[in-house]
Design a binder for this molecule. Sequence first.
Ligand SMILES: [Zn+2]
Length: 163
Amino acid sequence: MQEIKLTSVVHSYDSLDDLPQVDKDLMNAAIGARGHAYAPYSHFYVGAAVLLDDGTIVLGNNQENVAYPSGLCAERTALFAAGANFPGKAVIKIAISAHSSDFEVVSPVYPCGACRQVMSEYEQLSKRPMEILMMGSSGGVHVVNGLINILPVAFNADNLKRK
Ligand SMILES: [Zn+2]
């Protein structure tokens, strides 16, 4: 038996102001996108901003539905919009911000498991690590460089190949 240790690296910033300007702009785009979230059930408004390799920013936000599982998270809304409208463009970064009308979201909000899986697919397509920037409605920002930090040993297309 062999023990395999997995390591994640998270860069923690105390404030949005501590980020490089390009990242601050992307997070501000995510914060703006949050304002158009459709979240009448959870009151949890999430915005996502995807940066493509040609500088294009694609926005998304959570879209809920009275039949709860029919809704979709902000991250997947943004990534699928990017894939649909800008096919072949590499995804460089995604910024995520969440706000609640019921409480203060002070900790960075990480993507759900399903969104991490979708991010992993686009990262593979993009052939480079995707940078993920996460924050709540206030407080600090967490940044990871690559899905490996939040979805290690991911299921990917290689698993479907015959050896
Ligand atoms: Zn999600």
